[in-house]
Ligand binder design. Sequence first.
Ligand code: GUN
Ligand code: ZN
Length: 442
Amino acid sequence: HGPDIFAVRGSLLDFRGDPASSENAHRWEEDGLLVVADGKVRAAGAYAALGPALEPGVRTIDCRGRIITPGFIDTHIHYPQTDMIASPAEGLLPWLDTWTFPAERQFSDSVHARATASFFLDELLRCGTTTAMVYCSVHPESAEAFFQESAARGMRMVAGKVLMDRHCPEFLRESAEQGALASEALIRKWHKRGRQMVAITPRFAATSTPAQLQLAGELARAFPDTFVQTHVAENTDEIAWIKSLYPEARSYLDVYERYGLMRPRAMYAHCIWLDDTDRARMAATGSAAALCPTSNLFLGSGLFDMRSADRAGMTLTLATDVGGGTSFSMLETMNEMYKVARMTGVHLSALRLFYLATLGGARGMGLEGTIGSFVAGAEADFIVLDPCATPLLARRTQRAQSLEELLFALAILGDDRVVEATFVAGKILHERKHSGHNATPE
Ligand code: GUN
Ligand code: ZN
């Protein structure tokens, strides 16, 4: 019994570097072929080169006229906030009290958690996202439910139970020791079990005592290939609060560094109000920033300073931050990211936006070579994008004179309707109905 092989023919787009810093960062094969064997990429390249070399009888899916690119990677999202998306408040802190904490309370119930995780993962797949860094609630049951649903789909997911031991309702509070023990148990059960991976997840410095951050840092050292995720420098009221809680720290980010929480595979959401010293520490420690434009605009948090981040050499990734964020779609997130950069005098190319949503995310997570590109041996998580998914998109993309112009139209006008199919480890887990094309095998 040989390997299970199939191929997909269409226009291939992936990246080997950041288009902002190198000329040949992207690969575009107008008539390309992606060959998948046992859920991994066997080869990617020109159809003219790879097609004739295919073993006879290998099934080829015809996606000509569509773009095949790695599945999107969303580096910051909260699954317990699915049902409270689009809930307005005057800013981050009242939003947490009014909407977020009450919503997260329900995740002590495994049945509710499992049903919500199932919907959440299917919604990600509908939007073309195949990997995310996910916050569960404080309840161990919420993380267990999430991993069960993710494992059932075979998705590569990173998730953690939130750590909170102060400044939150009693129904979400635990002791520092309880939180550390539950996190360690989660790591031992789920980290690298199949495609699942665990993140140590102190929510933010305001809801953790120094003792809890200390224990989180010790876990991060004891399990160096796990992930760390938290929020930093999102909102000015939040920053003033952190300053009063940790007066000895040089900055908000410095609180985390003091507790050993800056390292490769540490993902810092927002990073809006960092200073240049903070930015240099992000780069030097190998930590990554998750940019969350729809959330930052919705909650009125601020505009990410891309120019300063690039000058410092920070590793950047793109994220939805649902339910502070207002869309599960990384295409809609690209659109908002473009506008935020525009407001700070920076032009973001479409190539860079697609990089940030794929290889950039993988690099920020220390998973380059595993996900985010079509390098041989990578896991076959990929999506089929239809540039003619809507009448307006068809009209606009047919007039595109360059790849950049085509991708730009997709980034600015696109949403879940563009995602014709989503493949996870070589299996089709989402196929859009009424797409007007036929993505079934020939
Ligand atoms: N800061 C602390 N918790 C949260 C959260 O759930 N969402 C966002 N956007 N910021 C936070
Ligand atoms: Zn968040």
